[in-house]
Design a protein around this ligand. Sequence first.
Ligand code: DX5
Ligand code: ZN
Length: 220
Amino acid sequence: MTHLRINPSILSADFANLESELQRIGTADAVHVDVMDNHFVPNLTLGLPVVRRIQEVSPLPLDVHLMIEDADRWAPLYAGTGAASVTFHAEAATAPIKLARELRDTGAKAGMALRPATPVEPYLDMLAELDMLLVMTVEPGFGGQSFLDLTLPKIRRAAAAIRGADLPLVIQVDGGITEETILRAADAGATVFVAGSSVYGADDAASAISALRSAASRPA
Ligand code: DX5
Ligand code: ZN
């Protein structure tokens, strides 16, 4: 069976205590780092110097999600921090194929994200350039929003295309992932799950992570 991965998002963590917040999620697969520039999305989080520091102190690999404009310029610099994966938005990249190749050249996994209303079809021919496709299951910008079921058909179509071409890339979902919604995303074909408020909002992050894992693999 495919390994399901849970990547808690530090967007919902205490930004004044990031190092101890990273210790709370030791049983997760990676830490999801949301970078927002107040232009691509109407919110501002953190930038390169903070990501560099998180990379230095994190016991887990970094899964960086760039919600920023001018991804062509910035994404390679984030890959240079040593992050395990860097995901740029298709809507923010001018030359996504060139960019994905540049990311892979640094040794990072290359991810590309789609906003909920962005179709996957224009990108099907470039899926082989990617290690991960992030299907946003809320409008990017804020934690704590409700999962958009209308993204499920897109996840299914992307999963079918990936299977059809026998590609190794994985589908990540991000936004509104809870014990209630995770199975729907898993059934549609996602194997990497970002969870912000449902992990960091819990008193015991480790049990929230294991509850998500079991909910994702529970028979429908
Ligand atoms: C939203 C971010 C998400 C966010 C998810 O724009 O990309 O990673 O942290 O938060 P929840 O899990 O609370 O929806
Ligand atoms: Zn994210």
